[in-house]
Design a protein around this ligand. Structure first.
Ligand code: ZN
Length: 350
């Protein structure tokens, strides 16, 4: 048996108004003097002054880099700032894209990073994988797990509901991802880890069970989604790859992003993909669909604002996205006719 490597966060703090613990955490880990905050354009409505204030009492100076997108150029620019300022740690403060830039740039410069999500839109807030645009492959690649995650529920609650619904789509998608993983194990003898698989499935079940409550956007509901996303991120770290959290439904999402310039979100696309993957897996696709409906996440092409022909095209591309990962779409994929039938029968296109 060869060595299996797991990288996990050391501290996870979830609660209301926990943002102010950021200075304390840095102090505890020995991150002194300077920190670099990689922030989004909005930063959850926070001002830099408020962040400076948190660090002032620990005599830590803050530097900022605003990341407008998650391209490889943003990662390189962040790396330059890291080289110039030599901070003791990098803090990713923003949505999933900002956190991905913080994750990869810090890993490349051999620094730890702290994840401070302002939205619960996908599992990248806790995982070791980063999804960066402008690289050869459209899917996520290895970055590093955050040394700490600070999820301030009061901050995340202020983000648009659409982001939270998208996060739910990403979690519900683990239902089909784990099914595909099991197939890969059975058909191709791929590595399979029960613990990581169960952890991802448990998150998916929790979100499914609480679908109606999530719509209320109470702090309790936000907490459920955040915890589910963190568990998914940990499942990825335990498996050492995104396999427990990313199956054919994610490949559908990647394919769709390659052929359209649509503005739908990662979790929204994965949710719709999961309906069709579940159909093909002969799993409970109606359950997936009903849960997404209850949450208020898209369940069809028009809600995704994607042309129906693009849904069909993306389905025919799934097997080419990550050929080394076997899924219910098989080695050779499906034809356009089969894809159209699948999308129609599952109600994704009319
Ligand atoms: Zn995902």
């Amino acid at each position: 048996m060869h060595a299996h490597y797991m990288q996990l966060p050391r501290e996870v703090i979830i609660g209301t108004k926990v943002l102010e613990k950021l200075g304390q955490i840095c102090e505890k880990f020995g991150f002194h003097e300077k920190v670099l905050v990689i922030r989004g354009t909005k930063m959850g409505g926070l001002h830099e002054k408020e962040i400076d204030h948190i660090f002032d009492q620990y005599s830590i100076s803050t530097y900022y880099f605003t990341s407008k997108n998650s391209t490889i150029e943003s990662v390189r620019s962040a790396e330059e700032i890291i080289a110039e300022k030599s901070p003791s740690v990098v803090i990713g403060l923003g949505g999933g894209k900002v956190i991905d830039v913080a994750k990869l740039s810090s890993a490349n410069r051999k620094l730890h990073f702290i994840s401070v999500p302002t939205a619960a839109s996908h599992d990248g807030i806790a995982s070791s994988q980063a999804s960066i645009k402008g690289l050869e492959k459209p899917y996520s690649l290895g970055g590093q797990a955050p040394i700490a995650i600070l999820a301030d529920i009061s901050l995340i609650s202020k983000s648009p509901y659409r982001l939270l619904a998208s996060g739910c789509g990403d979690v519900v998608a683990k239902y089909t991802a784990v099914h595909d993983w099991k197939l890969g194990y059975r058909v191709k003898g791929e590595y399979y880890g029960d613990y990581a698989a169960e952890l991802a499935l448990m998150s998916s079940r929790l979100v499914m069970k609480n679908a109606a409550v999530i719509k209320s956007v109470s702090e309790e509901a936000v907490r459920t989604v955040v915890e589910a996303l963190i568990s998914c991120g940990v499942a990825i770290s335990i498996a050492g790859s995104s396999r427990p959290c990313s199956g054919s439904e994610h490949m559908f999402s990647h394919a769709l992003s390659m052929i359209t310039s649509n503005t739908s979100l990662h979790g929204e696309q994965c949710g719709v993909g999961a309906i069709m993957s579940a159909y093909l897996q002969k799993a409970n696709w109606r359950l997936v669909k009903n849960v997404l409906k209850k949450i208020g996440a898209p369940t069809n092409a028009s809600q995704l604002r994607v042309e129906e022909k693009h849904i069909v095209k993306a389905l025919t591309m799934i097997h080419q996205i990550r050929p080394e990962r076997y899924t219910v779409f098989g080695d050779k994929g499906i034809t356009a006719r089969q894809a159209e039938r699948l999308a129609k029968r599952s109600g994704v296109i009319s």
